[in-house]
Design a protein around this ligand. Sequence first.
Ligand code: AMP
Ligand code: MG
Length: 430
Amino acid sequence: MHHETTRRPVAEHAEMVAALVGRALAVGRRRRTTAEPAVLLTAAAGARWAPRVLARDATAVVDLPGFDNSQMDGYAVRAADLVAAVAGAPAELRVVAPVPAGTQPPPLPPGSAAPVMTGAPIPAGADAVVKIEDADPPQFPSFEDSRATVRFHASVVPGSFVRRRGSDVGTGDVVVHAGTPLGAAQLGVLVAAGVDTIELAAPPHVLLLSTGSELVPAGGPLGDAQVYDANGAALAAGLATVGARVTHRVVPDDPAALRRVLAEAPDDVALVVTSGGVSAGAYEVVRQTLTDAWFGHVAVQPGGPQGLGTVALGDPAAPREAPLVAFPGNPVSALVSFELFLRPALAAATGAAPAHRAGGRAPLAEPLDSPPALHQVRRGRLDDRGRVVMVGGPGSHLLAHLAAATLLVHVPPGVAHLEEGDDIDYWEIR
Ligand code: AMP
Ligand code: MG
């Protein structure tokens, strides 16, 4: 066991968690699932959609745009017919049948102009569109009038207002790269480019263990000296919001019981997250059992005692290694640890956005004391003057106060005291 007495800076521990988790959950190492048009469409329609990333490049099946089409309501013309047009000596062209969107027009004869609507195909032979406002007259004639003409008082650059076939993406080109989080734009372009099947990185499967012989699963009868397993629910919810699939177990402070749960871990577990059992007490089951990992102190309050490393899963004779992120058991410590260390790392790996909580800075509504050796994370909210008020004290058992707070308030190391009115940084947690 590696046990250090010096305290590791918060940023350094966060980087180490991100490196370990990022390596283990790299898209190329994850299982793949496929999704077909129904999935793309329900996702695009806003139905329930967990954050997912593409596991394999998706290539366009059709060109985008699929054909040369008009960017404007106007006239498709041959630019050559307008080369001599100037104010006072316009080019006059015969108006042929109009081209509504969704119809395939015949070729455009020289000396004529075809009314085209936005998105309608450009007739063969035409190479530019003059928008209707620039034509004379600046509105379309009655399409019953087969002898109608239109005048143009200026020449036109070939290609004007023509959206070229394939100018967004061409058939066979990568339209969305592996590793890209699938958001609205990605889902939209996959459908537009005719992609009918995509491969998704499976959501990472996280084994979440609440350790403590005092714990009772949510809803069970509560005996003397027992507490409900708040961390199981809280961390499972946090993990799910960053795209993880969670299997949760409650484990007593008994090394044999912990070993048994690890031996029985589902075979696709990519990460083990624990709460409790990492401090300096006599029955610290995580620290005492998982001896391949580092256990020590991070210079933060709450959440000082932390563990990080690897853990053996499955048959002890042929174990699989998974990364281990071990949090202390006090509920506020566990959740603040999740926010500081695991949310950003997991969100980056799963494509859940945003990876970081929105931050801000505002003056304090009250003075504040903080241990200068530590980065202190307090719970707070903004008052009606936009100043930061504390919600409860620094105690790491004050879960109801965390639930009532809207901010995590950061007091950096080196600061022992702040006055009312001093600016302070915060993260918005709601
Ligand atoms: P530990 O980190 O195991 O020393 O636990 C520190 C404190 O957190 C103790 O008061 C525990 O009872 C409490 N605690 C540990 N795990 C949980 C949990 N899953 N839910 C609620 N409280 C917990
Ligand atoms: Mg404990």
